[in-house]
Each structure stands twice: as structure tokens, then as C-alpha cells.
Design a binder for this molecule. Structure first.
Ligand SMILES: Nc1ncnc2c1ncn2[C@@H]1O[C@H](COP(=O)(O)O)[C@@H](O)[C@H]1OP(=O)(O)O
Ligand SMILES: [Mg+2]
Length: 399
């Protein structure tokens, strides 16, 4: 099977030479690419040097667990005054800031000064204003509660200034050289506010390549969601997906109550019985288009719609066979929206494709996608170019 996949992937590469596998995110001139939009660029094959990211993964896991605890506390008691509006109109909660502060604080203290680089979604500007003072107070309290709840952390409480500083450690510009963490402190804020799925998504890039990813999915059942999220399930809820280059993908209970287990993408190859998943929010993906593509592929089941990169985790353990994501025109995906999820998929034996070029190169999207259907190992996601740009840390240019 593996040989077949490799062979077929090679075929795909030949058919669509500009489609990029995650493992090949290594542009020779990324800045030129991001400035010129969809211009040509040379892609070099990665040099395969199998570094161990074990320590990073352990630290990332601890950080995501800590942040998850804060997010769970906030979601449980979510009140409307805990949301505010950012300039892009997306809901932002105290949990967004608190989660970022905790992950940054938790990681930064483990690395020598000046060596920690984090590219993250939030900045502290709004919290430094007079209007932001009550929220900062609340965030600081939540951060300290989370730290205090971890018996392994014997530290003095953080001050408000410490919290602001920790949030701003996410200000790195990244880059195609060296190590850069990328964080979405709450991926799927709409799901979070609705009380549904969200993820704390933390990835690590090394020389422009995604080498590790941890997804905390506090509301994802440990059991399969192939038929949707069960309303009254007895399954434990809360999953932690961990992946690193060459080490595979594991899932374990987020609360630490069980051992990690290796997962693999589905081996279903018959589209008639394949499940496909997509965004819950129709504003995030062209659901008419994905329905059309799924129909052309012969998919019979209705889509499983859930929020956030929890979809990548679900795919990695075989709950769904296809994930189609086609953002509406003009939306730019960010590195933190896909880095952790993408390696969770690839290390589980799946693949992530940028369908942007497929769409542009063909008059018939459905036909093109059909012709590239190889079964369960594939995940078609229109990441757009910004994710590729972002994969080398130039996302600040792309925004
Ligand atoms: N208009 C949009 N189109 C596509 N994706 C979006 C849009 N607005 C926000 N997102 C991002 O979609 C991702 C989750 O969406 P989904 O649940 O559809 O997979 C998140 O990264 C979310 O950002 P954020 O992380 O700020 O919530
Ligand atoms: Mg996101």
C-alpha cells in the first residue's frame, strides 16, 4: 500500500508539478513569491536530516495542556462580556490572549534567552489601553489559576506586565532559517464562542519545514466522530494529537488520563463509503463547491461539519477520509491555521495538497480533483499561497 501511495504521489507530482507536499515547503525565494502573489518559484527537495524533536514535543505538549485548561475554564463560563471585536470582526476572547500568554510563557522559560522565536496570532496592544484593563485583569487571573493548577509548576504568580510581555513573545517575524514556533491560541474562535469545537494549535518549523505539531482539542470525543459529534455520548471528551517528523502521530486524552496511541489515516478507498469533513462555518469555505466536488468524487455521506483544526486530528485517526477547504475569494490563510494540523496528518500517513493551482489550471475543478483521487491518504485543502509563504515565516508580509 505504501509503495502504491508513493508511486501515485509521484504521479501526482508529475501531473501537477507545482502542487506542494507539506514535506516540500522549502522555497528558494519565498519573499519574491509572497510579493508577487502566484509567481513562479523554484522548490528544492528537502535535505533529509532526521533531527529529534522529542524534547520540543514534550515541552509543546505541556504548554498546550496548560493553555487548554484555561480555555476550558473560560468556555465553561463564557459570558458575552468576555468577547470583544477585533478590527477583522472575529470574536476574540480572553481565552485567546490567556492561551497565548501561557504557551509562550511555558515554552520561553525552557530555552536560553534570545533563542525562542514564536509567531502567534495575538498582540497585546488592545490590552494595554485603558479599555483593555479589566480584560487584562481577568486574563492575568486565569493565567495564574492555570499555572497554580499544575503541580509541576512551582512559580510565583505572574504580574499583568509579565502577561503582556508573554503575549508579545509571539511577535517574531519568523523566517526561512532557524527554528520558529507557530501558535494559534484558539483555532476556531467561532466554534469556541458557540460552545463547539476549537483547538490550541502549536507547530514548530525548522528551516522552513514543519517538524512538529501539537493539537489540543478540548471538546473532541476520544471516540470516532465519523457520524458527527454524538449529542449524549459516554465517550471521554478532550484529545491531544502529537506529531513530529518521522515519529508518527499519536492521540491521547487531553487530561492525561491515558497513554498515547499511534493513529493512522483511514484506509477506505471507496468514495461511496468515504466520509468527508469541512468547516462548520459556511463563511469559511465554499460549501456549494465542496458538495459539488464530493458528489463528483462519488461521496454519498453528508459532510461532517466541525470547527477548527480538530478536523485534522479527526482525519488523522481515520474518522473522515477527505477534508475539503476552499476559503472564499480574498481570504488569506495563516501559518498557525495549518502548520500543526498538517503534520498531524502527514505523520499519520495522509497528505495535504494546495488545490489553488488545480483550480487555476483547470476549467473544471471537479474533474481535476476527481482525477487526483487516490483514496484515503489524501487530503485536499486549498491552503492558498499564504500558507506556503507562511510556512517559511513570512506570514506577516501576507496579512
Ligand atoms: N473568512 C474566513 N475564511 C476562512 N477561514 C476563516 C475565516 N475567518 C476565520 N477563519 C479561520 O478558519 C479557521 C477555523 O475555521 P474552520 O472551523 O472553518 O476550520 C480558523 O483558523 C479561523 O480563524 P481563527 O483561528 O481566528 O478562528
Ligand atoms: Mg486559526
Amino acid at each position: 500500500m505504501l509503495k502504491e501511495v508513493v508511486h501515485r504521489s509521484h504521479h501526482l507530482w508529475q501531473c501537477f508539478p507545482r502542487h506542494l507536499h507539506c514535506h516540500d515547503w522549502s522555497p528558494v525565494n519565498s519573499k519574491a513569491r509572497s510579493r508577487s502573489g502566484r509567481g513562479s518559484v523554484s522548490w528544492r527537495k528537502p535535505l533529509f536530516c532526521m533531527a529529534s524533536y522529542h524534547r520540543d514535543v514534550v515541552l509543546a505538549t505541556n504548554a498546550v495542556r496548560l493553555a487548554s485548561r484555561l480555555c476550558q475554564t473560560v468556555q465553561r463560563g463564557l459570558l458575552t462580556q468576555e468577547t470583544q471585536t477585533k478590527s477583522d470582526k472575529s470574536p476574540v476572547t480572553v481565552a485567546d490572549y490567556g492561551s497565548q500568554a501561557l504557551v509562550n510563557w511555558s515554552l520561553a522559560r525552557e530555552f536560553p534567552p534570545g533563542t525562542f522565536s514564536m509567531v502567534a496570532e495575538e498582540g497585546s496592544e488592545d490590552l494595554r489601553t485603558e479599555a483593555g484593563a479589566p480584560m487584562l485583569e481577568r486574563i492575568t487571573q486565569l493565567v495564574n489559576d492555570a499555572i497554580a493548577s499544575d503541580a509541576a509548576l512551582d512559580v510565583a504568580p505572574l504580574s499583568k506586565e509579565d502577561v503582556l510581555e508573554a503575549i508579545d513573545w509571539g511577535n517574531s517575524e519568523g523566517g526561512s532559517n532557524g527554528r520558529h514556533w507557530v501558535l494559534d491560541p484558539i483555532d476556531g474562535t467561532r466554534g469556541f464562542v458557540r460552545g463547539d469545537q476549537y483547538a490550541i494549535a502549536l507547530g514548530l518549523l525548522d528551516n522552513g519545514k514543519v517538524v512538529a505539531g501539537v493539537l489540543g482539542c478540548p471538546n473532541l470525543p476520544m471516540g470516532s466522530i465519523a457520524n458527527g459529534i454524538p449529542a449524549n455520548s459516554s465517550e471521554p471528551v478532550g484529545c491531544l494529537f502529537v506529531a513530529s517528523l518521522g515519529a508518527g502521530t499519536t492521540v491521547e486524552p487531553l487530561d492525561g488520563s491515558g497513554e498515547p496511541k499511534r493513529v493512522h489515516v483511514s484506509d477506505v478507498e471507496d468514495t461511496a463509503i468515504a466520509t468527508f469533513c469541512e468547516s462548520y462555518e459556511s463563511a469559511h469555505t465554499m460549501q456549494d463547491l465542496t458538495a459539488n466536488i464530493a458528489g463528483t468524487l462519488g461521496v454519498k455521506a453528508p459532510p461532517v461539519r466541525i470547527d477548527s483544526q480538530a478536523k485534522y486530528g479527526a482525519m488523522a485517526r481515520g474518522d473522515a477520509v477527505i477534508y475539503l477547504r476552499f476559503p472564499h475569494f480574498g481570504y488569506r490563510e495563516k501559518i498557525w491555521d495549518h502548520a500543526a494540523g498538517a503534520i498531524v496528518i502527514t505523520e499519520a500517513g495522509g497528505e495535504v495538497f494546495d488545490a489553488a493551482e488545480m483550480r487555476e489550471g483547470s476549467e473544471n475543478t471537479c474533474q481535476t480533483l476527481s482525477s487526483t483521487w487516490f483514496g484515503s491518504q489524501l487530503l485536499f485543502v486549498n491552503l492558498g499561497l499564504s500558507c506556503l509563504d507562511s510556512a517559511v515565516g513570512t506570514q506577516k508580509i501576507c496579512q
